[in-house]
Design a protein around this ligand. Structure first.
Ligand code: ASP
Length: 440
């Protein structure tokens, strides 16, 4: 019998997880799910995070040390950052156009606003998000550059939140390896080449458990979700965000078809396991190892490109998040009956661009940076908790959807950049058991 493709297995796992979660809600099995099912999903996410740093380090060092001349790296780097900025601005513009045309906030009743405010404005995670955002706002304009440079390589390697520092260190090391010449850099290069292959094999092994893990992750999302009545009141707002995100996927398909001449449906099929994991985990950082594996082995992007474009993208390129921030900011103003001028909307484009760059690639991070967008267009501080309360109930499902777009955007840009520098080749898929017979 033909083996079922991975994305189907994952989809079946997700569907069963949703059904299981609903059944558990009906029979009062919330605690059972949290005690016995949730840990399976958490272990899976931990395994993915476990290999993220070694993979970034190994693949970036391999990618750079494979380059025959450094100017190529500058070329790839500038193109990547340029395309990332353009796609993010397009995402924000799509979000702003939709939210202004469809005005989801105008129809929200006083009663709903009061109910949402009472339920969520004192919520501890809403308060925590505002506190975290105000910490970020107290910093100077060049703080992000300062934060990018580690003062201790091992500390950077020991903290998943310091991904940009790891990227900085790996690029610095890789370039210095090029500069000492091939002969002297060889032992180090062999070490990282081999580490890179090994970590990609770890991805294959972890992915064997993906269908079961997504079952657990989604069952847990369902049992910890909010009152369906509240979700219903926010349906129009959520619909606008989702419509914008779907348009972004169409936009990526057009980019792939135009710039790489590949079939966009083929692209979406190859990348689908990473998209499904992005949806299930709400974290581009946790999904990164799978995105890298899919893009390199199943799409054919050379490591010289993917090793830089994807980790950088996971941390700074968040088209889905920026689109959501634009829609959410305008929605909150509409619902509270406040006006936004054209100049305010331009401010949203700029701040949402910076906010999405600054958002961490973890669940719920987009909402922290949304606070900064809201403040930049003059939402009075006492209305901040109310503003966030308005959108909090649907944040998790929207986070799942926007993370899919974040990951798809990174994969698209890696293909476009690879094609532009002649590094888009043929896929060469490796399976977890390719050498199993020899070692059994
Ligand atoms: N969860 C998103 C990501 O990891 C970030 C966010 O929008 O909250 O890409």
């Amino acid at each position: 019998m033909k083996k079922l493709a991975l994305h189907w297995k994952i989809l079946i796992g997700m569907l069963l997880g949703l059904i299981f979660g609903f059944v558990m809600l009906q029979v009062g099995g919330r605690e059972f799910t949290e005690d016995w099912i949730k840990p399976i999903g958490s272990i899976f996410v931990k395994l993915l995070k476990l290999i993220a740093i070694p993979l970034i380090l190994a693949s970036l060092i391999k990618g750079i040390s494979d380059l025959k001349d450094i100017s190529k790296f500058k070329n790839i780097g500038l193109r990547t950052i340029g395309i990332y900025i353009v796609t993010t601005v397009i995402a924000i513009s799509i979000g702003l156009a939709l939210v202004n045309i469809l005005s989801p906030g105008d129809g929200v009743s006083e009663e709903t606003i009061t109910k949402l405010t009472e339920t969520y404005s004192q919520n501890s995670s809403v308060k925590a998000k505002i506190a975290e955002a105000s910490k970020q706002m107290d910093t100077g304009p060049l703080q992000f550059l300062e934060d990018m440079v580690p003062d201790n390589a091992f500390k950077a390697l020991g903290n998943n939140k310091l991904m940009l520092q790891v990227i900085f260190f790996a690029i610095f090391l890789g370039i210095s390896m090029l500069l000492i010449g091939e002969e002297r850099a060889k032992p180090m290069k062999n070490l990282f080449d081999s580490l890179n292959d090994i970590v990609l094999k770890m991805v294959d092994l972890i992915m064997l458990t993906a269908p079961v893990a997504v079952f657990a992750l989604l069952a847990n999302v369902v049992v910890s979700s909010d009152d369906p009545d509240i979700l219903y009141a926010l349906l129009k707002y959520a619909g606008v965000v989702v419509a914008g995100l779907i348009l972004m996927i169409v936009f990526y398909a057009i980019l792939v078809a135009t710039f790489t001449k590949k079939n966009p449906f083929w692209f979406l099929k190859q990348i689908s396991p990473a998209q499904l994991l992005a949806f299930s985990t709400s974290s581009s950082a946790a999904t990164l190892p799978v995105t890298m594996e899919r893009v390199e082995e199943h799409i054919g992007v050379d490591k010289e490109v993917s090793s830089f474009v994807l980790p950088v993208g996971a941390t700074i390129n968040m088209d889905g998040t920026s689109l959501y921030q634009a829609v959410a900011a305008v929605f909150i103003f509409q619902a509270l009956g406040l006006d936004l001028t054209f100049a305010d909307q331009i401010t949203i484009v700029l701040t949402a661009l910076l906010a999405s760059i600054g958002s961490a690639a973890v669940p719920g991070a987009g909402m922290v940076m949304l606070v900064i967008v809201l403040e930049s267009v003059g939402l009075p501080p006492h209305l901040l908790p109310i503003g966030l309360a308005l959108i909090f109930a649907v944040d998790r499902p929207l986070d799942m959807c926007r993370t899919v777009v974040n990951v798809t955007g990174d994969a698209t840009v890696s293909m476009v950049v690879a094609k532009s520098v002649g590094k888009l080749g043929e896929p060469k898929v490796e399976n977890w058991d390719d050498n199993y017979e020899d070692v059994k």
